[in-house]
Design a protein around this ligand. Structure first.
Ligand SMILES: [Zn+2]
Length: 361
């Protein structure tokens, strides 16, 4: 179980830290989050405002859409997702998703998330068909046709960390290799090349910038988001700053800032309100640290020359090397010190140019 201090291992005052970061007059756009629960959303808003984020794209659950909208108004925009909580998986990831897309479109969503992580095969297997929650599901084309016909773009979660392929996905005969995750993605990416695709979490392969370079070269309709803070901090800190700068400069405009912050009423002692599981907290201050820590870590990585421990515990370290780490260990965080001009594009202009034309119609 992850405890609250795991969002603040080095005793930072995240409120006092926030003003030390540069101000970006156009604001920062978070292109990837999961905001659920109105009280949690209000705490998220405090953290977001302090760290300069002015517009949030969120994969909210349908039942929370209206309450979250009441808290964040026009500064939250939705990304359509299936009903993950539904009992009948074949329906929710099949025909039910088409109905959900229609409902989300009414709520202003102009992007559809096709969550296709390898662990989706476990969910599918339980429901009798491993393909249900993957890009191999033949229903995907119906959903993509439907979304594209409504003027919606795509987001996809295609792969998970190398650490997971080395451990929980080590049975490649069932999960496929990491590289194999990209086969259906590249086929569909070509079929729907008129549609922009955001590949979440640095396309699922922050460990290999060379692979991402090839992917972006082969598919001019593919974009990346920087979300999944623990994963990005761990892996992007391993790359030398000059390699990072070269990659982000070459692909400026195709890389969008995102956090993958998940908010839930459970973080303030309320009910679990869904979304991917994340660190646990039980008071508003703990929830604040949980949310603020993500913006602190990501901004520190991109903007500063910080060299030190990440403030966020990363259980993947123990998963790979149980003799060496416990679940509260955190990896080194390296600041890459990007120039302000490049940051402005990644934080704001890239998302503004790509997403506004979809969300304004
Ligand atoms: Zn996410």
């Amino acid at each position: 179980m992850i405890k609250t201090r795991d969002s603040n291992l080095i005793s930072l005052d995240y409120r006092a830290e926030a003003p030390r970061f540069a101000r970006f007059p156009n604001g920062i756009i978070d292109a990837h989050s999961h905001i659920n629960g109105d009280r949690a959303a209000a705490i998220y808003k405090q953290a977001r405002d302090l760290y300069g984020v002015t517009l949030t794209y969120s994969m909210t659950q349908l039942i929370h859409a209206e309450s979250v909208k009441r808290v964040l108004g026009d500064s939250i925009r939705f990304i359509a997702i299936p009903n993950f909580g539904g009992k009948d998986r074949a329906h929710e990831f099949g025909k039910g998703f088409i109905e959900a897309i229609d409902r989300w479109h009414e709520l202003g969503a102009r992007m559809v998330k096709f969550w296709s992580a390898p662990r989706g095969r476990d969910i599918g297997r339980e429901a009798g068909d491993w393909k249900i929650v993957t890009l191999h599901n033949p229903m995907r084309r119906h959903q993509m046709d439907h979304a594209a016909s409504k003027g919606m773009m795509f987001m996809v979660h295609v792969a998970d960390p190398d650490t997971w392929f080395a451990t929980k996905y080590s049975d490649a005969s069932f999960y496929g290799t990491k590289l194999e995750q990209y086969e259906p993605l590249e086929i569909l990416g070509d079929e729907y090349k008129q549609v922009p695709w955001i590949l979440a979490h640095m396309g699922g392969w922050p460990e290999d910038l060379g692979f991402l370079d090839g992917l972006l070269t082969r598919h001019p309709n593919f974009y990346l988001d920087t979300s999944a803070t623990k994963w990005m901090v761990r892996e992007l800190s391993k790359h030398p700053s000059d390699a990072m700068l070269k990659f982000y400069t070459k692909w400026r405009g195709r890389i969008l800032f995102g956090s993958d912050i998940v908010t839930s009423e459970a973080h303030i002692g309320g009910q679990y309100t869904g979304g991917p599981p994340t660190g646990e907290s039980s008071t508003p201050e703990e929830a604040f640290d949980l949310y603020a820590s993500r913006y602190w870590a990501l901004r520190t990585q991109y903007e500063t020359r910080y060299e030190g421990p990440s403030p966020i515990a990363d259980p993947d370290l123990k998963m790979v090397e149980p003799q060496k780490y416990d679940e509260h260990a955190s990896p080194p965080l390296r600041g890459h010190g990007f120039p302000a001009e490049l940051l402005r594009v990644m934080y704001h202009d890239a998302a503004h140019q790509l997403l506004d034309r979809f969300y304004s119609r």
